[in-house]
Design a protein around this ligand. Structure first.
Ligand code: SF4
Length: 224
């Protein structure tokens, strides 16, 4: 397969690991605040053949610990990604994947084959508001949450917090969905957004989020 982005190494995309990151093209959501929109709309700008990336990983595998797969939405590549992941695992590297949780059957198949060591899944807001992202099959989101909770691997849920999308009530609803699992709140950055109208969108300050966490005893692992 061809990836649309490649970062040779960083410490940001896989918690605590030196990882290379690949980005898949395309997404079945349209989040107005998406900051990776170059991988979502407008055609694939760049193309990194899988073989090029595997060659790089093979040469650097002693200096790397992991590969992170981001996007776009990686689970759209249910046929192409598993062979890539197998080759990465054969090199002794860990695999992390970011997902919006819309394809539980793909997530489950990858977990069953032990192709994943870490998953970061977005829970964008209350389930009854998912149509804001151009997506309505919220039962899939619930299934993915349960699959991760029962996976036995390390994972996290995360929520980006523009005020017009994630209200105080939404945070309480998401808290019920995540239970005792790791859950990070992400500060919304209005500088780079798919929908230009969101450049004017307001974000919670860290202090406001801290107050809401305290007020509702939210099980938040951290704010990023
Ligand atoms: S934020 Fe994630 S799920 Fe939303 S459009 Fe962007 S890549 Fe897709």
């Amino acid at each position: 397969m061809n990836f649309s982005g490649f970062q040779k190494s960083d410490l940001l995309n896989f918690p605590g690991k030196v990882a290379s990151t690949v980005f898949t093209y395309g997404c079945n959501f349209r989040c107005p605040y998406c900051h990776n929109y170059g991988f979502v709309v407008g055609g694939q700008q760049e193309s990194y053949p899988e073989v090029l990336i595997l060659n790089y990983l093979e040469k650097r595998k002693d200096m790397l610990e992991a590969v992170a797969i981001s996007g776009g939405e990686p689970t759209l590549y249910d046929k192409e990604l598993p062979p890539f992941m197998r080759k990465v695992k054969e090199m002794g590297l860990l695999v992390k994947m970011d997902t919006n949780g819309s394809r539980p059957e793909v997530l489950k198949a990858m977990l069953d084959e032990k192709l994943l060591d870490y998953v970061a899944m977005d829970i964008k807001t209350s389930l009854d508001k998912y149509s804001m992202f151009g997506y309505s099959e919220v039962e899939n989101i619930e299934k993915s949450i349960e699959i991760l909770k029962n996976s036995g691997i390390d994972f996290e849920f995360r929520t980006t917090c523009p005020k017009s999308i994630v209200s105080e009530d939404d945070l309480v609803e998401i808290n019920k969905l995540v239970g005792s699992s790791k859950w990070y709140l992400q500060m919304f950055n209005p500088r780079y957004t798919l929908d230009e109208a969101f450049h004017e969108e307001s974000s919670y300050s860290e202090e406001e989020l801290q107050e809401l966490i305290k007020k509702h005893s939210l099980n938040v692992t951290g704010i990023r």
